[in-house]
Design a protein around this ligand. Structure first.
Ligand code: ZN
Ligand code: ZN
Length: 364
């Protein structure tokens, strides 16, 4: 079963942060950070339904204007989610322009701030000049941000001298109907299969499902149908971590968020030879990113957001991250607390695990 996510970095590894995740079957897309997004074509921009902002440093947020320019004439709602302060940041951006000719526009923004135990929200409509309209706060469980039928977003708040959000996007389990069983039983496919899948997702094994069999339809227990008919597979999980200090608190949060992810997109601003400077600037080195990927047992690591000072040295980042990820170098031999975080299970496919692609499969 193919995953419904197709993820690609918008820019090269020395450029601004933006990770585009297309939802294959819905036509919608998600964007994690929006530094410069000139390379993202307009058609892909117009598919966006949600944008997740780690923090509002320019290299993660300056694409806001370009995205607004493209989507403004559309009948669309775009949801931005990020750390505390995002509502003010977006209000400030919007206040920088004049909106006297947009009364008939249908475009609107919803902005969500992830606070410790609640979500603060506001909306901005083009039709009233993007005046800020407060929405009621929503309580939220730890680590959760958004749940939709097609994806779930979880967050961890990291220390970048300001709060910086890391994200994980996961898809629901894949429930596939065994066609050969359907045929053997003489059951006709139809909307009852969607009802069965909904019951399986909700864990309602006792729900009665009307099955259109040859002759008389029969009522059957969802649990019995599930065991006979449904292949249940875990969905894909992608973690996105940028701009953070390598210390025990942050590392624990990242490892918990990225645990067993299919892919971890991680910043690696510095090479480990410059680890003191990385610490001063609250950024990761390539080696630290490799360690976090190994500790979390992720299947694949993509490093990016390299400092321009290393221009032409992308391979050194991949080599350093990979050596740590496969355990050739072991950061826990040098950092006392690191051993407590390492997942004892081996990584999935070490030989091919860290992408050597200089641009991480970016989107055209
Ligand atoms: Zn930053
Ligand atoms: Zn940055």
């Amino acid at each position: 079963m193919k995953s419904s996510f197709r993820a690609s970095l918008v820019n090269g590894p020395f450029q601004d942060c933006a990770l585009y995740v297309a939802l294959r079957w819905q036509g919608d897309a998600l964007l994690f950070d929006l530094g410069r997004i000139d390379r993202l074509n307009p058609a892909n921009c117009l598919r966006l339904s949600h944008v997740f902002v780690s923090h509002t440093h320019m290299d993660h947020f300056m694409g806001f204007d370009q995205l607004l320019r493209l989507t403004l004439p559309r009948d669309r709602e775009l949801t931005f989610s990020g750390p505390p302060g995002l509502i003010d940041n977006i209000a400030g951006k919007l206040a920088g322009y004049t909106w006297n000719l947009t009364e008939s526009y249908l475009f609107r923004l919803v902005v969500i701030e992830r606070h410790e135990a609640h979500l603060a929200r506001a909306s901005f409509r083009a039709s009233n000049g993007f005046a800020r309209e407060s929405l009621p706060d929503l309580p939220v469980a730890p680590g959760r941000l958004i749940d939709t039928p097609m994806f779930r977003i979880e967050t961890a708040t990291l220390n970048h001298r300001i709060p910086c959000l890391a994200f994980a996007v996961s898809e629901p389990r894949h429930l596939n109907i065994r066609a050969e069983v359907l045929e053997a039983r003489g059951w006709t496919p139809g909307p009852w299969l969607s009802r069965l899948k909904a019951a399986v997702r909700a864990g309602n094994d006792d729900e009665q499902i009307l099955v259109p069999a040859a002759g008389e339809p029969v009522r059957m227990n969802a649990g019995i149908l599930r065991r006979e008919l449904v292949d249940d597979q875990a969905g894909q999980r992608i973690a996105y971590v940028v701009d953070t200090l390598f210390d025990r608190d942050n590392a624990e949060r990242i490892v918990a968020l990225a645990r067993a992810a299919d892919v971890l997109y991680s910043e690696a601003r510095f090479l480990d030879v410059d680890r003191d400077e990385a610490e001063k600037r609250h950024h990761l080195t390539a080696r630290q990113a490799g360690f976090l990927a190994r500790a979390a047992g992720v299947c694949r690591l993509e490093v990016f957001h390299f400092s321009p000072r290393y221009q032409g040295m992308a391979q050194a980042f991949h080599t350093e991250a990979r050596a740590e990820y496969i355990g050739e170098t072991r950061l826990e031999d040098e950092v006392s607390w690191a051993a407590d975080l390492v997942d004892p299970r081996p990584v999935a496919a070490p030989s091919a695990a860290v992408s050597d692609e200089p641009h991480g499969g970016r989107l055209s």
